[in-house]
Write a protein that binds this ligand. Sequence first.
Ligand code: IPE
Ligand code: IPE
Ligand code: MG
Length: 244
Amino acid sequence: MSAPGNIPHHIAIVMDGNGRWATRRFLPRVAGHKKGVDALRACVRHCGDIGVKVLTVFAFSSENWNRPAEEVSGLMELLALALSREVPQLQSEGVRIHFIGERAGLSDKVRNGLAQAEAATAGNDRLVFNICFNYGGRWDIAQAAARLAARGEAVTEQSMDRAMALAHVPDPDLLIRTGGEQRISNFLLWQAAYSELYFTDKLWPEFDAAAIDEAIADYAGRERRFGRTSEQVAAPAGAKRKAA
Ligand code: IPE
Ligand code: IPE
Ligand code: MG
């Protein structure tokens, strides 16, 4: 396995392109989502193997309810099925699952599947795997603000950070979107403030370990300045000066 250097601590992915993958093969869209689960399984494994510590994936957005009812129910079924099938393997790989999203609106079956997967993997710490399902970045910001308001807590960047759905992990270093679109689609609006963005035309079912390595190699060549100048990044203040 040729893992590139400078591995991002946290990778977030908009797994897009399942529908087109299926349509190009004259298959129903749900067949693309099934293939997407295979790609995700391999992605989780590879990320764990190369030392990524947090993987956050966008599996169903607040807006995906607008899709045809048949596709929505297919996606719900698929999540429940994948959770029940995959958890033992994820368990053995040291993966800890977190469900990120609005629980209201999900069926008992899906909610229970997510809760069971979280409970079963709660003792693992090799890779934190956040599944964003019925998630929207705007929902997340609004629910965090509502929580602070209910507690009478002042709204600051720090208190918001603590109230957001991803409070248990640092912000993503690298945000990947497959499928060719160059947009955020209401994913991590707050947390992606300084993520490096990587867009690829590859459709999600085709996004394999080599494609992950390619994205990481691209990331490794970026200079993350966080508002500073390039010169400051090269020689941070406080770095020891050479004796004259
Ligand atoms: C992403 O693939 C998966 C979900 C949104 C659930 P799409 O289903 O959006 O695939 P395309 O964009 O139609 O190809
Ligand atoms: C974003 O993909 C959501 C997920 C991958 C779950 P979409 O396919 O729903 O995004 P838009 O609608 O093309 O922006
Ligand atoms: Mg799409």
